[in-house]
Design a protein around this ligand. Structure first.
Ligand SMILES: Cc1cc2nc3c(=O)[nH]c(=O)nc-3n(C[C@H](O)[C@H](O)[C@H](O)COP(=O)(O)OP(=O)(O)OC[C@H]3O[C@@H](n4cnc5c(N)ncnc54)[C@H](O)[C@@H]3O)c2cc1C
Ligand code: FES
Length: 508
């Protein structure tokens, strides 16, 4: 039981195996750059270095591109998804303009790569529509238009979105030159391009530590040997090498997505978002020629703070059917996690205090474009070239104007630790039904207990192996979520999502 990714939660992309032949690492090796984590960030970075002639190795604890990148909805949208007006408020016009330019450059880079590498990944340029949610003030649209103009992005103001029902009177911004694609087909193409240039990818290889030693970096794997490299990039979504500093500046949110069929042509191919917080997001994906898939996402909550996925999917579906009455049956439902930083931009660059270890984290709901921005910045730094946009993404930056977000996000940790004093959710393990998980008190400790569909009981410590927060059961994904910094563990305690590296302790 190493993954909760079964049929209950399956994205539209997961039928594509990105690197089915990737095997676990064994022995000892050296290379120019080792990349830890094979999602969009890690694979894109390895690609940029491989095309410059570097010998690269990529390792992943699971399958290649089997992490959050397999759960995205892959809107390639360069404007801040928390609103450009908000970003200007926190970081000013100049940085916000550089943020937009870097994100737009990431979309251009994806377009260029899929063309030069002949990757068939359904890439297309299209419009994006930000529309006023019902019963909200249209001032938000006015403010956003001013902000978007200030950062130099093209924008048009409209009333009504023709394609959506009940939206005739809504105020709307149309953004040209957005894009979208099939994320795993794209990553499959990148992997082939890396391998064609001599790069190596290893799946099933857990990295326990990454250290600077002499003039090198050493990556220590769990029982499989060490890899030595001139530089290392930690692209594990949430960093495994940085115990607390970066984690206090971002917070994990679970977000939900579902796909529904629709007759081809019934909804114009575009990206759509509303102005709610959390916002709803919509895109299309080509289906079998007669039908397309409409992907609808949203209903976010802080990780571990709700366990009501069915209700959230029902609300998403009702919202979508109201706007798109032609929608057919639901074909896929899944969830995943994004790491929202307190000032909306990722952390990319040299890991604070280190010379040869680079980090990429803090996707903020724009992890596809952030992943590619990260690949451009970190590869330039590693190659000793001038890197653009470093100030926007500097990992050690402080943003005094974001202190409110910082305090709000970090109260979760304080509240969480207090949960160790609370009673268990069940008074006895006998009350635990098959297919369910719950926290049970045993003396002074808390147990994360799960009984599988055949009745077998798994008893693990309820303390996250990152820095000890109290875990919460997620019945939709059948995993344990950590509300503090975003680790997930399978029901048998195996880590699924960083920053945790080790599994949950077994309880006898
Ligand atoms: C439902 C949903 C919708 C989204 N929609 C969008 C969108 O429309 N547009 C957008 O831009 N972004 C979107 N995002 C965000 C985006 O998908 C993610 O931010 C992005 O995919 C993260 O990529 P990554 O490479 O950082 O992480 P991942 O893809 O998670 O890759 C990290 C890898 O590191 C590996 N790893 C972890 N620990 C270790 C270890 N100790 N040793 C070895 N390997 C390790 C993991 O196994 C994993 O494969 C969405 C996310 C979700 C969940
Ligand atoms: S992820 Fe940090 S304590 Fe769990």
């Amino acid at each position: 039981m190493t993954s909760s990714f079964d049929k209950r939660s399956r994205s539209l992309w997961m039928d594509v195996e990105v690197a089915p032949n990737a095997r676990p690492f064994e022995g000892a090796r050296s290379c120019d750059t080792i990349v830890i984590g094979a999602g969009i960030a890690g694979i894109s970075t390895a690609y940029e270095l491989a095309i410059q002639g570097q010998k690269v190795i990529v390792v992943d604890r699971g399958s290649i591109a089997g992490g959050i990148s397999a759960r995205t909805t892959a809107h390639l949208a360069p404007l801040c998804d928390d609103l450009t007006s908000e970003m200007i408020r926190l970081r000013g016009e100049e940085i916000s303009r550089a943020f937009y330019e870097s994100q737009a450059a990431a979309v251009d880079r994806i377009e260029e790569i899929q063309k030069t590498e002949n990757i068939t990944c359904d890439f297309r340029r299209l419009d994006g529509f930000l529309f006023q949610a019902p019963n909200t003030d249209s001032a938000i649209i006015d403010d956003e238009m001013d902000a978007v103009r200030k950062v130099g992005a093209p924008v048009h103001r409209l009333v009504g979105v023709e394609a959506l029902a009940h939206c005739e009177q809504q105020h709307v911004l149309r953004y040209p030159r957005q894009a979208t694609f099939h994320p795993l087909k794209y990553l499959q193409g990148l992997v082939s391009a890396i391998e064609a240039r001599g790069g190596l990818l290893y799946a099933g290889t857990i990295v326990h530590a990454v250290e600077e030693s002499g003039g090198d970096t050493v990556v220590v794997t769990a029982d499989r040997g060490n890899i030595t490299a001139a530089a290392a990039v930690v692209a594990t979504n949430s960093p495994i090498n940085n115990t607390v500093a970066l984690h206090t500046k971002m917070a994990p949110y679970r977000t939900y997505a579902m796909a529904m069929r629709i007759k081809r042509g019934a909804l114009p191919d575009a990206l759509y978002w509303d102005t709610l917080d959390p916002y709803h997001y919509v895109r299309l994906q080509p289906g079998d020629g007669q039908t397309d898939y409409v992907i609808v996402g949203g209903a976010d909550h802080k990780s571990g703070e709700a366990d009501d996925a069915d209700a959230r999917f029902q609300a998403l579906e009702a919202w979508a059917r109201n706007l798109m009455p032609a929608l057919g049956e639901v074909s896929h439902r899944w969830s995943g996690q994004v790491l929202d930083t307190i000032d909306y931009a990722a952390f990319i660059g040299r890991n604070p205090g280190q010379q040869r270890i680079y980090v990429h984290t803090g996707d903020s709901g724009q992890g596809m474009t952030h992943g590619v921005v990260g690949s451009l910045i970190n590869s330039s730094l590693i190659l000793g070239r001038e890197a653009k946009w470093v100030d926007v993404y500097e990992p050690s930056r402080k943003t005094p104007s974001a202190i409110g977000n910082f305090l709000r996000e970090n109260t979760t940790v304080v509240k969480n630790i207090a949960e160790y004093l609370a009673p268990g959710e069940l008074s006895s393990l006998d009350d635990l039904k098959p297919g369910h998980g719950a926290i049970v008190r045993q003396g002074l400790s808390k147990i994360a207990a799960y009984r599988d569909d055949h009745g077998q009981l798994y008893k693990r410590s309820a303390a996250c192996t990152h820095v000890g927060c109290h875990l919460h059961w997620n019945s939709f994904e059948r995993c344990w979520d950590c509300p503090c910094h975003g680790s997930h563990f399978a029901a048998d305690g195996t880590p699924l999502n960083a920053p945790a590296v080790s599994g949950l302790a077994q309880v006898d």
